[in-house]
Design a protein around this ligand. Sequence first.
Ligand code: AP5
Length: 200
Amino acid sequence: GGNSQKPFIAFVLGGPGSGKGTQCTKIASDFGFAHLSAGDLLRHEIASGSEKGELILDTIKEGRIVPSEITVELIRKAMETSNANKVLIDGFPRCEENRIAFERIVGREPDVVVFFDCPEDEMVKRLLGRNQGRVDDNIETIKKRLKVFESLNIPVIDYYSSRGKVRKINATGTADEIFDAVHKLFSSLRNLHSAGSDED
Ligand code: AP5
């Protein structure tokens, strides 16, 4: 890629409806990050009408996880295209297999992992309240997504905790209240503020 420096990478994790997308939009605008949402990249592939997109749609409708190589390849391409020196990867890695595939294909670990911690009943309320017609925002699929989060994504968060990478944010309250905490966190990340300071 054209960026001679390795980008600063933040993984943003949390259950479905914990507010990852909402907070990432604010982080991107205040701190100059490129925002790559794994879910949006997959939905974009679906919208393209490709054969791969059909497989992805079937998986998402069921609340299951899309094969790692597909997701990591979409993320790798998006990182390359954005050529950004600070990248938020929203909703990824979803499982140990995702994590390992990323480390293998991109050859990096994240610099930080932000975890939006939110009670299940609050997440369900938000998702049912969302009115954008997402194919996975019905109660049956929401329950599956929560189960998948508990069984597959929590172990990834535990792994990164053991490596000292996780910063946990209380994701209850209004989006603005949550962003106060997020803003403090990103302002305090030391290696973030040297990222991109010596561009060519
Ligand atoms: P993805 O698109 O990542 O969805 P998700 O993780 O289920 O999370 P959401 O986007 O629904 O919620 P969010 O946490 O971003 O919250 P948001 O800000 O939108 O993944 C969807 C599917 O794609 C997966 O189930 C899987 O099948 C597939 N997939 C994704 N990544 C994959 C991967 N790596 N590998 C394989 N498959 C993958 O907020 C939710 C709602 O709440 C909004 O309406 C918002 O306005 C509202 N809200 C936000 N904050 C607040 C607040 N503080 N108070 C009140 N309401 C709020």
